[in-house]
Ligand binder design. Structure first.
Ligand code: HEC
Length: 126
């Protein structure tokens, strides 16, 4: 369960939940070419919007259905993604890569939406 923060803004229409913009930028750079709005050939799902990451997949360590954001955490921890777009082989980010650390910290926090709807989706394909 995610608890929404109790903000003071009461009258503004709620924006749809989206990624924090720094996360969207890092995901666009490292994953978006394949897992963007239109998943590339052979790619099982896209995660171009935060909603997408709430869909379930069985492509998990356990083989049990879990939200896509959990599978994203696993492939980063296990250095199984990203792939090299030219060769299709694993081109894992180094453990000290700042984007890897940024994305993993966000996933380990439960992949929370950007605050106050001030978020972003992945680039491309929109
Ligand atoms: C060059 C294309 C490409 C890039 C870039 C890429 N993926 Fe993938 N991804 C794939 C393909 C193809 C599959 C399915 C086949 C496989 O697992 O190798 C996949 C599968 C997955 C799966 C399902 C688990 C699994 O092992 O099949 C997850 C989760 C995932 N990718 C997350 C990511 C994340 C997170 C990034 C960025 C850090 C990323 N991918 C970057 C092509 C890509």
């Amino acid at each position: 369960m995610l608890l929404a923060a109790c903000g003071g803004s009461s009258s503004a229409a709620p924006a749809p939940p989206s990624f924090p913009c720094d996360i969207a930028a890092a995901l666009s750079e490292h994953c978006g070419g394949c897992h963007g709005m239109e998943p590339a050939l052979g790619v099982p799902f896209s995660f171009a919007t935060l909603d997408d990451t709430r869909m379930e997949t069985t492509l998990t360590r356990s083989g049990k259905a879990e939200p896509i954001w959990q599978a994203m955490r696993e492939v980063l921890e296990d250095s199984k993604m990203p792939l090299d777009p030219k060769t299709g082989t694993v081109a894992a980010l180094a453990e000290d890569n700042p984007d890897r650390q940024l994305i993993l910290a966000w996933l380990r926090a439960g992949a929370p939406a950007a605050k106050d709807g001030a978020g972003c989706d992945l680039d491309g394909g929109t």
